[in-house]
Design a protein around this ligand. Sequence first.
Ligand SMILES: [Fe+2]
Ligand SMILES: [Fe+2]
Length: 131
Amino acid sequence: MAFIDWNDNFLIGIRECDIQHKKLVNMFNALHEAIRLNIEKKAIEEALYSLVKYFDEHFKLEEELMEKGGYPEVEEHKEEHKNFKEKLNNMLQSYQEKGNITLREMLKFFKNWWINHILIMDKKYGIFLKK
Ligand SMILES: [Fe+2]
Ligand SMILES: [Fe+2]
């Protein structure tokens, strides 16, 4: 069983976003596997930073689409992305500077937040933009 099993329930109906969500699932799984296999720390950290970077790109795309489509809850959605990024940055900092959080813990937090976010907030704008 993968760290995140893709499930069609994750589809929000906006093609570009669904493609990115699938790519994020694959990146999560690859990173989780790399941690499990205990490969070189540097390679794991690189995979982690590419995931974080791709999240940034993904959030940007969603925010642009919501703005263009006149989605009324765009500000709340943006706020949620922003809060998540802040929390994640704090965790990354704790990991790097204090070492008081493990990669696994960080990944678990990351995954739980994100799945919840897709199923609630992303689906909501998907329904609106599809109209
Ligand atoms: Fe998303
Ligand atoms: Fe989102």
